[in-house]
Design a protein around this ligand. Structure first.
Ligand code: HBI
Ligand code: FE
Length: 303
């Protein structure tokens, strides 16, 4: 017979899909996109010191075991300056463009600008408020593992900082994206439930369904907007945590379309600059109902 190691990358369709029974069974080591080698268009591509630090921080994530405290990092003055610059810039736009729930959750986080918040502290706050946890990860996790994590109320989070040469841009998730974009909204029980439903639907899903769920995730948790007083207000982390995207979305020139998780969703991209289409929820309450019904209607292929 075939040995398992020779076909790690091409699991045949007939192979039984492994359904994790606990978060320990969700792999936090298989990364997509940037590994330790950065692409030529990454702002840190030529910065050896930056790359070494990113690897060091990534290794903390790789060696983390569920149940352990997340190691505290002493961020450098350069990293803290980047964090402060991003927060100062974004805070100008939150009152106009972020949804009510984000504004409340952001206040609850009470972020300091003098230090980068520690994942461990934010994980403890989440556990208290909504029962979620943060698990550190070295980069962009495989979509199935990332989505499966959500089923166990676990948010996989990077811990490294983007490159200081471009504080308003990162081609990959970094600690600012996670802490500003995702963590505050995960304190909100309804957003947390949206994420949980997507996660539950991903357990045992076929490759095709994982791709569909990645798009559902993209159009809600990452780039979702919610109608409030007749306006589309941002709740997706990719809008909230991006200096350019929040203004682009707030300007109201992109197309809005009501989210229908049952329909074939348009393809998205990390590279085309800003989104040209945002999917709307009528309210969080409505979104939770929609995704709960959708998730419970998914057929599960059993191992
Ligand atoms: N991994 N670390 C990390 N952070 C994300 O936001 C993330 C991920 N992997 C996949 C992913 N997001 C989404 O694009 C969907 O595939 C779920
Ligand atoms: Fe994200």
């Amino acid at each position: 017979g075939e040995d398992a190691a020779s076909r790690t990358d091409q699991t045949p369709q007939s192979e039984a899909i492994k359904i994790p029974r606990s978060i320990e069974e969700v792999d936090n080591g298989s990364l997509l996109g940037f590994g330790d080698d950065l692409a030529e268009d990454h702002p840190g591509y030529l910065d050896e010191e930056y790359k070494a630090r990113r690897v060091m921080i990534g290794n903390l994530g790789r060696s983390h075991k569920v149940g352990q405290e997340i190691p505290r990092l002493q961020y450098t003055d350069t990293e803290i300056a980047t964090w402060k610059e991003i927060l100062d810039s974004l805070e100008e736009f939150f009152p106009r463009f972020a949804c009510k729930e984000y504004l409340d959750a952001y206040a609850l986080c009470d972020f300091s600008k003098e230090e980068v918040p520690q994942l461990q502290d934010m994980s403890e706050l989440l556990q208290k408020q909504s029962g979620w946890s943060i698990r550190p990860v070295a980069g962009l996790l495989h979509p199935r593992d990332f989505l499966n994590g959500l089923a166990f109320k676990t948010f996989h989070s990077t811990q490294y900082m983007r490159h200081h040469s471009k504080p308003m841009y990162t081609p990959e998730p970094d600690v600012c994206h996670e802490l500003i974009g995702h963590v505050p909204m995960l304190l909100n029980p309804q957003y947390a439930q949206l994420a949980h439903e997507i996660g539950l639907a991903s357990l045992g899903a076929s490759e095709k369904d994982i791709w569909h769920l990645t798009k559902v995730y993209w159009y809600t948790i990452e780039f979702g907007v919610v109608m409030q007083e007749g306006e589309a207000k941002a709740f997706g982390a990719g809008i909230i945590s991006s200096y350019g995207e929040i203004q682009h979305q707030g300007a109201g020139k992109a197309t809005l379309q009501k989210l229908d998780p049952y329909s074939k969703l348009p393809k998205m991209s990390y590279k085309d600059g800003y989104q040209q289409l945002y999917m709307t929820l009528d309210s969080f309450e409505d979104g939770v109902k929609l995704l709960r019904n959708f998730a419970s209607s998914r057929p599960k292929s059993c191992a």
